[in-house]
Design a protein around this ligand. Structure first.
Ligand code: DGI
Ligand code: FE
Ligand code: FE
Length: 191
């Protein structure tokens, strides 16, 4: 699928702010793909569709999770913000025939990350976090690190997100911890 087609497809599904965020994530992901030798086509498509399901009605996302064998049911025990990635990864295939596993899994894990993230998964996870419209404490350092250290930047982003969730007293999905633990191991050897 061409970039322009993908953009036309997602546009009506997103509010204006979210659509603009999506375009910036796509640019950022393309840049990261250039730095880290990943397919720019895959990075761009995954980025354009990463928030495709962000505004689906909660009942529809719930039905999708319940009826899709491959989606873990424990998602329903956590905040609904965690649903749009997994549901998006299923619906881009159903609705637009995007079967590429790398792209679908980058969409799936963009919110939480997971253990053993692929390069493309890390690029989308990070691009979503550092796109130039983002402005929260710590983002600048992650942006700088992202130019030269993909794993280190993902680790810092993951650490910041967990700290933020802890400070709010929010529950933390297992994959969010798995991403952090795995990244510490890959960066520092863990301990
Ligand atoms: O969709 P975006 O707003 O562009 O960003 P996102 O998909 O990365 O994150 C959506 C929200 O999910 C964000 O406010 C952080 C939150 N989040 C990430 N990991 C967890 C989480 N929320 C909970 N409760 N638990 C998590 O593990
Ligand atoms: Fe998202
Ligand atoms: Fe996003």
């Amino acid at each position: 699928m061409k970039k322009e087609n993908a953009i036309e497809i997602v546009k009506p599904h997103l509010k204006k702010k979210r659509f603009e965020h999506t375009l910036r994530v796509a640019d950022t992901a393309e840049q990261l793909a250039g730095i880290y030798n990943e397919s720019k086509e895959k990075a761009t498509l995954a980025a354009i569709f990463h928030d495709y399901c962000k505004y689906r009605p909660l009942e529809e996302m719930k039905r999708c999770i319940v009826s899709t064998r491959t989606l873990p049911k424990d998602l329903l025990d956590f905040h609904h913000e965690l649903w749009h990635g997994p549901v998006g990864s299923v619906l881009v295939e159903k609705e637009y025939g995007i079967v590429d596993r790398d792209i679908r899994s980058a969409i799936y894990y963009h919110t939480t990350g997971r253990a053993n993230m692929s390069k493309l998964e890390m690029i989308i996870f990070l691009a979503d976090y550092i796109e130039p419209g983002r402005d929260f404490p710590g983002v600048h350092a992650v942006r700088e690190l992202a130019r030269e250290d993909l794993l280190g930047a993902c680790l810092l982003a993951s650490k910041n997100t967990i700290n933020h969730l802890l400070s709010k007293g929010a529950s933390i999905y297992p994959d969010t911890f798995h991403a952090y633990n795995d990244l510490t191991k890959r960066v520092n050897g863990g301990n």
